[in-house]
Write a protein of this length. Structure first.
Length: 166
């Protein structure tokens, strides 16, 4: 498996990965079938991310497939440019193999090289595996968002977690 920076030519495979993650897990923001992004729109999104010095997506490539990713999306203004919001997803058949740890290490190395200061994310409070990974990587719970999502007819709470890079 290879972890590398996303390229515009990954648009179709990245979109397929995101749709598969939407189907496989209840822990991503979008539900199965809700993602309407076209390949061209995805290519433009990738282009936009790569054009900014405080944004990145790293993908995990296994053979011809993309099986995971981590995205770091930096703030767009002077006051929050140092902050990077993180989204991560790994196909279920590839979890438990240390890929999440490696993705976070890669993202943190990238963030430090750009003198970014704050990494942050949200996670559903019942997603124990993800919370364990985030804690292992040095993230701390900063707050609780009550009823922030509505999943399968039930309101779900989320933790706000962050890690400061010194």
């Amino acid at each position: 498996m290879i972890i590398r920076e996303i390229k515009e030519s990954d648009a179709l495979r990245f979109l397929e990965l995101r749709k598969k993650l939407d189907e496989e897990t209840q822990f991503m923001l979008l539900e199965a079938g809700e993602r309407t992004t076209t390949v061209e729109e995805q290519r433009n999104i990738i282009r936009n991310v790569l054009s900014r010095d405080n944004q990145i997506v790293f993908v995990v490539e296994s053979g011809e497939r993309l099986v995971g990713f981590i995205g770091g999306y930096g703030g767009g203004f002077r006051r929050n440019k140092h902050t990077v919001y993180i989204v991560i997803g790994i196909l279920q058949n590839f979890t438990g193999q240390g890929i999440g740890t490696r993705l976070f290490q890669k993202l943190e190395e990238w963030a430090r090289s750009r003198k970014l200061h704050r990494l942050e994310l949200t996670v559903m409070t019942h997603n124990k595996a993800a919370i364990a990974l985030y804690r292992k990587m040095g993230f701390k719970i900063e707050g609780l968002k009550k009823h922030s999502l509505f999943v399968n007819g039930v309101y779900v709470d989320e933790y706000c977690m962050a890690k400061l890079l010194e």
